[in-house]
Design a protein around this ligand. Sequence first.
Ligand code: SF4
Length: 247
Amino acid sequence: MSAESLSPRLQTLVQNSRTLLKRAVVEHQDVVYSNSLGAEAMVLTDIICNYVPQIEIFTLDTGRLHDETLALLDRLERRYHRRIQVFYPQAEAIEQYVRDNGINGFYQGLDERRSCCDIRKVEPFKRAIAGRKAWVTGVRREQSAERSHGEAISWDDRYDLWKVSPMLEWTEDDVWAYIKARNLAYNPLHDKGFPSIGCAPCTRAVEPGADLRSGRWWWENPESRECGLQPRRRIIPLKVEPRRAVS
Ligand code: SF4
């Protein structure tokens, strides 16, 4: 990868992320990356594929993703010439959920919504990391008060393996500057007002200046807007400024 097109700050961030990922591989060997297909994931996928390809990459297809998200997955596989393993929910669990709650039962209440996320996200995620030594996540400090205290490598006692966070010091501007400098693929929904992209029925565009997560599960109270993969406590609403489309 040519570093010439990157600013000194980005070069330092890339170097630090790369060093951390390599250290994780040396210390824990069996490291997997849980690729969310969000903007941070475009950066991490690029760094992993170029510098630390021994890290396996997986993603979760909940069955309710936007077409744009699935098309992005295909683009990533073509660009990096490697397969990204996809984990799906258990068909029987979804059939039972739909029998009990209806196809869009998650709108009925918090229990129904969390139950859907458990079936479509949390259970496949647990299967994906089962028996692994460490998992990589793209969380950044500025995303929430909870994440601002994150450590680069920490023991994740919810899932009993090490958690590696190489994007902690990256800002949103850093992420998009890197995407632009490297001409990376990204989800076109970001250019249509979606700062955070999840399942299609549970994500919508937000107005400039709105809370970063306000487009996710918008019918719920802000405190509950997590899917269960990351800690649910969220203290400070994070405002997002309008982002210029990457040309
Ligand atoms: S985000 Fe919505 S559709 Fe996706 S798993 Fe959660 S409740 Fe179900």
